[in-house]
Write a protein that binds this ligand. Structure first.
Ligand SMILES: O=C(O)[C@H]1O[C@H](OP(=O)(O)OP(=O)(O)OC[C@H]2O[C@@H](n3ccc(=O)[nH]c3=O)[C@H](O)[C@@H]2O)[C@H](O)[C@@H](O)[C@@H]1O
Length: 445
């Protein structure tokens, strides 16, 4: 809109001549020639101004047209050339992976299966005899090699991960043609609160469009699956009342990421209401652990401590503590499985609702917030290396000052009870980290 300014100021200047003309009129008696020259000068400066405004407008437009749009979502692999889907072999692998091997087992499609939480949940489901099929687009938001390693781990556990995007409705329908999934564990998303400043489109693509694409397929298949999906503690945004309860309002997101998760909760409500889909949203609180995400603080703090790099420790206004309700992956996995186990069936068929369906939202946190400075101290102790700390003000790019979960609802409905404190969880993470990145040492898995 800045390009409009010259026009506005121009029209403002336009109003000046009437009063100025009055002055000219007063001078008229002294010299009509000078008035004429004045007018001529005034008109020519007006023309110049119009010309310059026009040129400025053209330049701004030109710049606008030439400047690239915000970057596209992280580049995906060329799925067609690397892993084309379809064919009898592929269908056989899909069926085999999703085959239920226990009496009461579920048949679960896990989206984001090569992600951090997705890998852990898929393995836990498989180990207890559920059928599991993974779906992941292997985007390059962070190290794809880590995702490939998780995929190998899943392969060894008997979970096949299909390479594909949740926005690909044709692929999703095909998967449901091959397997009548009873449940969908939806964990595919553009994660991270700060990255939205660089790539907002990626959040819309995965978290909004992708979620709707998945729900569209889930609503139309028969039988409809029950859906459990990852929301986020970030929906509590700038709320100051702690601990955060599911009953609290979530109207002040501090990041686009949080806003997309909040939007997803509203979208889930609409699909539940209109189509009878059984939907459970889980608000994860800063989940950490082995096979974690390199974009998260505990992960890159570890890397940076070992590499002797400086670490920015955020602090709030007036040296206020920045803290997180860090939650260990195994505790979160238990919450995910309990959500799947207690999910009621969807009530629709052929896209039409037959009766009211279950709609739930749970906090999955640890209820013990820990300051970021303490997180760093624990890592220093475990790694036996002093960190190069630099205290900086909490940037206004999506971070909130603290999170703290009230988990009484999850405890009541799911029997969710986290048991891992940050020291114990980080010890397991560091053991994995050192083993994974140092080939001489054995992986913790
Ligand atoms: O709870 C959640 O729902 C969210 O948890 C994390 O987001 P966040 O809690 O911000 O986790 P980190 O990015 O690992 O940050 C942890 C803490 O370290 C702080 N931090 C981060 C980066 C840094 O350079 N310095 C620093 O002090 C952050 O302010 C924050 O308090 C995940 O990245 C989100 O995807 C997830 O949805």
């Amino acid at each position: 809109m800045t390009q409009l300014k010259p026009i506005v100021s121009h029209s403002h200047l336009d109003s000046i001549p009437s009063s100025a003309a009055g002055k000219f009129k007063a001078d008229k008696s002294s010299s009509s020639t000078s008035t004429y020259i004045h007018r001529l000068r005034f008109n020519s400066s007006l023309q110049k101004l119009t010309l310059w405004s026009f040129l400025f407008l053209v330049a701004v437009l030109f710049f606008f047209l030439l400047s690239p749009p915000s970057p596209p979502p992280p580049r995906r692999k060329n799925l067609q050339s690397t892993t084309p889907w379809g064919g009898s072999d592929w269908e056989r692998r899909v069926r085999s992976s999703a085959r239920v091997r226990s009496k009461t087992g579920l048949s679960v499609l896990v989206t984001g299966a090569a992600g951090f939480v997705g890998t852990h949940v898929s393995i836990a489901l498989k180990r207890r005899g559920d059928g599991v099929l993974g779906l992941d687009n292997f985007n390059t938001y962070y190290d794809v090699a880590l995702k490939e390693s998780r995929k190998s781990l899943l392969d060894r556990t008997g979970v096949f991960v299909v390479e594909g995007d949740i926005n690909d409705g044709v692929l999703l329908r095909k998967l449901f043609d091959v397997v009548a999934f009873t449940h969908v564990m939806h964990l595919a998303a553009q994660a991270g609160v700060r990255y939205a400043m660089q790539n907002p489109n990626s959040y819309i693509h995965s978290n909004i469009a992708g979620f709707v694409s998945l729900l569209e397929v889930c609503k139309s298949v028969n039988p409809q699956p029950a859906i459990v999906w990852a929301s986020s503690s970030s929906v509590y945004g700038l709320n100051s009342k702690v601990p955060f309860s599911e009953k609290d309002r979530t109207d002040h997101p501090a990041s686009l990421y949080a806003a997309t998760k909040k939007a997803d909760e509203a979208i889930a409500h609409a699909y539940n209401y209109i189509h009878g889909l059984s939907i459970t949203g889980l608000r994860f609180f800063t989940v950490y652990g082995p096979w974690g995400r390199p974009d998260m603080a505990y992960f890159f703090f570890t890397k940076d401590i070992l590499e002797g790099k400086e670490i920015s420790v955020f602090e709030g206004p007036n040296h206020g503590t920045v803290a997180r309700d860090f939650t260990y992956i195994d505790d979160v996995v238990k919450g995910c499985l309990a959500s799947l186990d207690t999910a009621k069936k969807s009530t629709g068929s052929g896209g039409k609702k037959k009766g009211a369906a279950q709609l739930r939202i749970f906090n999955l946190g640890n209820t013990k917030p820990v300051p970021v400075s303490k997180l760093l101290s624990i890592l220093e102790k475990l790694l036996k290396v002093k960190a190069k700390r630099k205290v900086v003000s909490l940037p206004r790019n999506g971070d909130v000052q603290f999170t703290h979960a009230n988990i009484s609802l999850a405890y009541k409905e799911l029997g969710y009870k986290p048991t891992t404190n940050l020291e114990t969880g980080l010890k397991k993470f560091v053991k994995w980290y050192v083993g994974y990145y140092d080939p001489k040492k054995k992986s913790a898995w």
